[in-house]
Design a protein around this ligand. Structure first.
Ligand code: FES
Ligand code: FES
Length: 175
């Protein structure tokens, strides 16, 4: 018999807060955060692309920072996680209020096959939270590590710029 069949894992539990909900997750076996999100919690909006930290398809936020969940060991996670399923807001009347980045991607019909898109939007949302009025060059740089096999880069750039404009207008209106 293969020795692997005899492995037993210590079922020590850790708490993960994801999109505002707390989950109890077994720490073992060692696995990346992406496995937990998709296979254990069914949060399949976050995609598996390269599995090696290169493509950005698996991007989520941890305490507001864009991170690649395919190369983030579960047990290193200490902050609050946000996935694409938690990027929009639920208004008091129960309606869904899309994040400006989601709205701009939708309005501009950015996706083609869509596989990379949750990673693109999570990267853009984290970027705009830090730099709400970026130049075109800054947008290109910020998005340059998120690959799109369908080549939607031009539309991604324009939609991020549009989201930035909408966020600025909202802030000005709120003042
Ligand atoms: S799947 Fe994580 S960076 Fe490609
Ligand atoms: S829309 Fe197909 S990979 Fe980006």
């Amino acid at each position: 018999m293969n020795d692997n069949y005899n492995l037993t894992w210590d079922q020590e539990i850790m708490k993960l807060t994801i999109n505002g909900t707390e989950y109890d997750i077994a720490q073992e076996p060692p696995r990346p955060l992406l496995w937990v999100l998709r296979d254990e919690l069914g949060l399949t909006g976050t995609k598996f692309g390269c599995g090696a930290g290169f493509c950005g398809a698996c991007t989520v936020h941890i305490d507001g920072e864009a991170v690649r969940s395919c190369v983030t060991p579960l047990t290193t996670v200490t902050g609050e996680i946000r996935t694409i399923e938690g990027l929009s807001l639920i208004a008091e009347d129960g309606t869904i209020q899309l994040h400006p980045v989601q709205q701009a991607f939708l309005d501009d019909q950015v996706p083609q096959c869509s596989w990379c898109m949750s990673g693109q939007m999570m990267t853009a949302a984290a970027f705009l939270a830090k730099n709400p009025a970026p130049t075109e060059k800054e947008i290109v740089e910020a998005m340059s590590e998120n690959y799109c096999r369908c080549g939607c880069y031009f539309r991604v750039k324009n939609a991020v710029a549009k989201a930035a404009q909408q966020m600025t207008v909202k802030e000005e209106t709120a003042v």
